[in-house]
Ligand binder design. Structure first.
Ligand SMILES: NC(=O)C1=CN([C@@H]2O[C@H](COP(=O)(O)OP(=O)(O)OC[C@H]3O[C@@H](n4cnc5c(N)ncnc54)[C@H](OP(=O)(O)O)[C@@H]3O)[C@@H](O)[C@H]2O)C=CC1
Ligand SMILES: O=C(O)[C@@H]1CCC=N1
Length: 289
């Protein structure tokens, strides 16, 4: 993923503490890219770890980072969390508990540990960490990369109000934040965590349909993807809601109306209900694994 950092979120007033990110793939990397924006007030360097030396090499020469690869440095994750007030766990859900166990003794007393893993409850993470540590679950999304993320956060029983406020500030540096209960966080994942993928699927299908109408790939990409990006930006900037914005395009007895009739006949409400329910179900399975 590109490390572009076109940052649009408001910078927080208070500096964020020394931060470590364990796992900087798609999601951890997107948070990192947002945090690296020079406008973000955070204690630097940020410590990051990867599994492979090859992934770590992508950050070679970055003066604002300290980078360790777990396959090259056995205590990479322990070293990264030393001195960190904030630790973000960005590994896959099935690796979270092992990684939490691995860093437990190296964490600073009172550190805040944020898991972005789908499904895994705070209770399971708290069980393997020292009592002084606050555990917070976050469900961000990849537009954090450009400061346009949407993140839901929920504190575990260990999390103080101050810890939740700090995590809120962390994610506000890369977009918008909604504080929810932990019961709601799987639903946040189903809507906004996975949401970018739904839109990209829409873009893929619309591009493919444009090609089938006779445009070449370049022309189809311009027409379909340019339209989606423009329409999304218009929605972000407009005072009108999506229903009104749709009406603005749909002339009575016009062409859009015909296409929308076909799309609506496919039963989008039921389709979205089923898709989001399947998403939540998978989070529940991950919690039980
Ligand atoms: N992708 C998304 O849009 C979202 C993902 N999430 C959550 O984020 C988490 C990560 O997902 P995603 O970013 O997609 O996954 P990726 O596979 O892209 O990233 C995982 C990262 O973890 C690193 N890693 C693996 N094992 C270790 C280890 N033992 N020590 C240190 N680093 C390690 C990997 O290194 P290497 O590259 O060397 O393998 C990689 O940098 C998941 O729990 C997911 O549920 C949440 C919201 C949205
Ligand atoms: O697909 C996943 O499991 C992760 C969680 C939300 C987005 N990606």
């Amino acid at each position: 993923m590109s490390q572009s950092t076109a940052h649009t979120a408001a910078a927080p007033q208070t500096s964020l503490p020394r931060t470590a990110i364990i796992g900087v793939g798609s999601m951890g990397g997107a948070i990192l890219a947002g945090l690296r924006d020079p406008a973000v007030r955070i204690e630097r360097p940020i410590a990051v770890t990867t599994h492979s030396a090859a992934s770590a090499a992508a950050f070679e020469g970055a003066g604002d980072l300290v980078v360790f690869a777990a396959e090259a440095t056995a205590d990479a994750n322990q070293r990264a969390v030393q001195g960190a007030g904030l630790v973000i766990l960005g590994v896959k859900p099935w690796a979270i508990i092992d990684v939490a166990r691995e860093i437990a003794d190296a964490l600073e007393p009172g550190a805040i540990v944020v898991s972005v893993a789908a499904g895994v409850p705070t209770r399971k993470i708290e069980e393997v960490l020292p009592e002084s540590v606050s555990v917070v679950r976050a469900m961000p999304n990849t537009p954090s990369l450009i400061g346009r993320g949407v993140t839901g956060i929920a504190g575990g029983v260990s999390a103080s109000a101050d810890a939740i406020a700090t995590v809120r500030r962390l994610f506000e540096t890369v977009g918008s934040v909604l504080v929810v209960t932990e019961e709601q966080i799987n639903a946040v994942g189903a809507v906004s965590g996975s949401g970018p993928a739904y839109l990209y699927l829409f873009a893929e299908e619309m591009t493919a349909a444009a090609i089938r109408l006779g445009f070449d790939r370049e022309q189809a990409s311009l027409l379909a993807q340019g339209t989606i990006a423009g329409a999304a930006e218009l929605m972000a900037r407009s005072d009108e809601d999506p229903t009104q914005l749709r009406r603005n395009v749909t002339s009575p007895k016009g062409t859009t109306e015909q296409a929308l009739n076909v799309l609506q006949a496919a039963g989008w409400a039921e389709l979205f209900d089923r898709a989001l329910a399947a998403n939540v179900r998978r989070s529940e399975e991950l919690a039980a694994e």
